[in-house]
Design a protein around this ligand. Structure first.
Ligand SMILES: NC(=O)c1ccc[n+]([C@@H]2O[C@H](COP(=O)([O-])OP(=O)(O)OC[C@H]3O[C@@H](n4cnc5c(N)ncnc54)[C@H](O)[C@@H]3O)[C@@H](O)[C@H]2O)c1
Ligand SMILES: O=C(O)C(=O)C[C@]1(C(=O)O)C=C[C@@H](O)C=C1
Length: 288
């Protein structure tokens, strides 16, 4: 692809930093500028070679940018877009990396008065339980999906540019509606994170178990790695995608209620069928 002049990353943490670092490593942009809340983080981003420079002035950071990537926690995106709106050039493509999409689209409509044709909502399906610029990794997106949720009015050239950039980072880009996205990722990503947080919190709240974490092993570690994820990020996802998340939490509660009954009744055959069906599904679709 043609080398771009300037990209601005707002929120230079794990997701924004990995995007910037990957593009720098691929030598696809003349200048990547970081903007964020904390100047020390931005300085560190330059020192780590994640961005070329930074600005603490949003107007300066977005001026004449080819593309602005918003990678703050979801709860900060509405204000960021409002603050950015008076300064952004109408040819600048705007995209984001937020983990829930319908609310971001509604916030963009509010901030800009109408949804900008150059706004391409997105979500990389890659990450880790670590956050911050020190966790940024230019290879994070290789062989991972990126979901774009453009609207019928979204500019095709803007979609093409965002697609090309993600592909240059090694990602596989797919498109769906924001509603489909929020439903699917409530089930496959948001639900497991809430379950992991709930399990660790529950055991932590039972002092009668003593030093219970001392006795955890691989199974617990695998199940709960994501309970080390950032609390701000997951608070914002839970509140912005609450309807879909509640639906899937309730479905899980129903499944658990059924399993409780089967365990109480020592119904080994029914439990065996559930475990076999789950193992087959996981072995077929996930474990390669
Ligand atoms: N962590 C993951 O696994 C993952 C995966 C996919 C998408 N996401 C999404 O990406 C976004 C960023 O997540 P992350 O894991 O990179 O978080 P992070 O904490 O690593 O980075 C967020 C950055 O945003 C900055 N920031 C916070 N408020 C700001 C504000 N008001 N203005 C400017 N900068 C601000 C922080 O200082 C930090 O540098 C979130 O919306 C999250 O839902 C995260
Ligand atoms: O691998 C992890 O640690 C992640 O949490 C990444 C993960 C997920 O797989 O659910 C988490 C949230 C995102 O929005 C996308 C990806």
């Amino acid at each position: 692809m043609k080398k771009l002049n300037k990209i601005t990353v707002i929120g230079v943490g794990l997701i924004g930093g990995s995007f910037a670092k990957g593009l720098k490593e691929a030598n696809l942009v003349e200048q990547i500028v970081g903007y964020g809340k904390t100047e020390s983080t931005l300085k560190q981003a330059v020192e780590l070679g994640v961005v070329d420079s930074y600005s603490t002035d949003l107007a300066e950071a977005v001026a004449n940018s080819d593309l602005v990537f918003i990678a703050t926690p979801l709860g900060a995106m509405g204000q960021v877009m409002m603050d950015m709106q008076p300064h952004i050039n109408e040819n600048t493509v705007i995209t984001d990396g937020g983990s829930a999409k319908s609310e971001v689209i509604a916030l963009a409509e509010q901030a800009f008065g109408r949804l900008p044709d150059n706004f391409v909502p997105g979500h990389p399906i890659a990450g880790k339980e670590k956050s911050g610029v020190t966790a940024a990794d230019g290879k994070l997106y290789i062989n991972h999906r990126v979901i774009l949720t453009p609207l019928a009015t979204t500019n095709q050239a803007a979609i093409a540019l965002v697609t090309e950039l993600w592909q240059a980072l090694g990602a596989n880009v797919e498109t769906m509606t924001a509603q489909q996205h929020d439903e699917i990722f409530a089930a496959t990503s948001h639900l497991p994170h809430l379950l992991a947080f709930a399990l660790v919190d529950m055991l932590n709240e039972h002092p009668e178990l003593g030093d219970v974490f001392k006795y955890t092993a691989g199974g617990f570690r695998d199940f709960t790695r994501i309970a080390s994820s950032d609390a701000t990020m997951w608070r914002d996802i839970s509140t912005q995608n609450s309807i879909a998340i509640v639906k899937w939490l309730q479905a899980y509660q129903d499944e658990l209620s059924n399993i409780i009954k089967l365990v109480e009744n020592k119904d080994g055959d029914a439990l065996f069928d559930i475990f076999t069906s789950a193992k087959n599904a996981r072995d077929t679709h996930i474990v390669k």
